[in-house]
Design a protein around this ligand. Structure first.
Ligand code: SAH
Ligand code: SF4
Length: 340
């Protein structure tokens, strides 16, 4: 059994079943997530006989990145080779006042959005809780080497987080746990292509920030670039966002700017209407190209015009700086090796 797969609650249950005291769970988690000790031998506030038994029951084997790539702008991509040979990536994005880690939840992605490199590579499998949180644990270690501290987490790496719901929410539970990573829910954002029923469930389970990849404001256009829209059309998606129970300022709408497709003034006007419904912030994402991409990027001048329409309608609209492009670490470029 891999210990990093257990939330505290699940670990307590397992320990009780095996005759250990419940509080051992928090002790063990503190050693792992706060002191980054991965060997029971070194967990000195646990008795030697307990350590031996724990060692027989559990493995503590975070996945460490096999390779790291640093972009000229300071963005650092960590590539993890999993035990079955699949490769996933996480990206450290240092900014002036914070340092964000972009986390993957699946090897590949089954959603196949037309503008996304990860989607074009196909789907392999869901990541385990341990594989998700190993990215955070090892990125923290990596960031500290250069005096940085990971302050924010975004589930915007490879994969659709809400299609790996159980593992995602268990991973988040450990990220928020006082004895785990001890992150605040305001520092964690889950980005989804719009799995409406799971948005509702996520809202019931946790209170992290929600980012929705909208990218088009009519079903006709959204169908063309996001096949998931056929299953959860805009009306269903927007209703699901309505049900998200947290402060509305924590909802972000993402909108990738595709030349002569979704970058017209009428798109901006309709987007403003949707954003105002939730008091949501809009992130305009310049399209990052890749080999074989079917779209081109909207020129920056036109993105600014689009942003101005939103601002004039009182929408907080930011243009996302593209980072890490020279090492294929930018949004939608993840997936170093071709996944068959
Ligand atoms: N699957 C989730 C999270 C990962 S994608 C989702 O789709 O929300 C993270 C963000 O990158 C999404 O908003 C996605 O639409 C965007 N993205 C994908 N491909 C891109 C590209 N080629 N250029 C810019 N952004 C892209
Ligand atoms: Fe998957 Fe998100 Fe890429 Fe769409 S944009 S293919 S949901 S990773």
């Amino acid at each position: 059994m891999e210990l990093l797969d257990f939330t505290r609650k699940k670990l307590e249950e397992k320990l009780l079943e095996n005759g250990f005291a419940r509080f051992k769970a928090s002790q063990i988690m503190q050693w792992i997530y706060q002191k980054r000790v991965f060997s029971f031998d070194e967990m000195t506030n646990i008795s030697k006989s307990d350590r031996l038994r724990l060692g027989e029951m559990f493995d503590v084997t975070p996945v460490f990145p096999g390779e790291t790539f640093t972009s000229s702008d300071g963005t650092e991509k960590l590539a993890f080779t999993l035990s079955d040979g699949n490769v996933v990536e996480a990206v450290i994005i240092p900014e002036e006042t914070r340092c964000t880690l972009c986390v993957s939840t699946q090897a590949g992605c089954p959603i196949k959005c037309a503008f996304c490199r990860t989607g074009s590579l196909g789907f392999r499998r869901n990541l385990t809780v341990s594989e998700i949180n190993s990215q955070v644990l090892t990125a923290q270690i990596e960031a500290e080497k250069s005096g940085k501290k990971i302050t924010n987490l975004v589930f915007m790496g490879m994969g659709e987080p809400l299609l790996n719901f159980e593992n995602l929410t268990d991973a988040i539970e450990i990220l928020l746990d006082d004895f785990g990573f001890n992150f605040s829910n305001r520092k964690i954002t889950v980005s989804t292509s719009g799995i409406a029923d799971k948005i509702v469930e996520l809202g019931e389970k946790t209170k992290v920030n929600l980012a929705v990849s909208l990218h088009a404001v009519t079903d006709e256009k959204r169908d063309k670039i996001m096949p998931i829209n056929k299953k959860y059309p805009l009306k269903t998606l927007l209703k699901a966002i309505d049900s998200y129970p947290i402060s509305r300022k924590m909802v972000v709408l993402e909108y990738v700017m595709l030349k002569n497709f979704n970058d017209f003034p009428e798109d901006a006007a309709a987007l403003a209407k949707i954003a105002n419904r939730y008091d949501a912030k809009v992130n305009l994402i310049p399209f990052n190209t890749f080999d074989g991409a079917a779209f081109e990027a909207t020129p920056m001048k036109k993105i600014i015009d689009f942003q101005n329409i939103l601002l004039a309608k009182n929408v907080t609209a930011l243009i996302r700086k593209s980072r890490g492009g020279d090492k294929l670490a930018a949004c939608g470029q993840l997936g170093r090796v071709r996944i068959k």
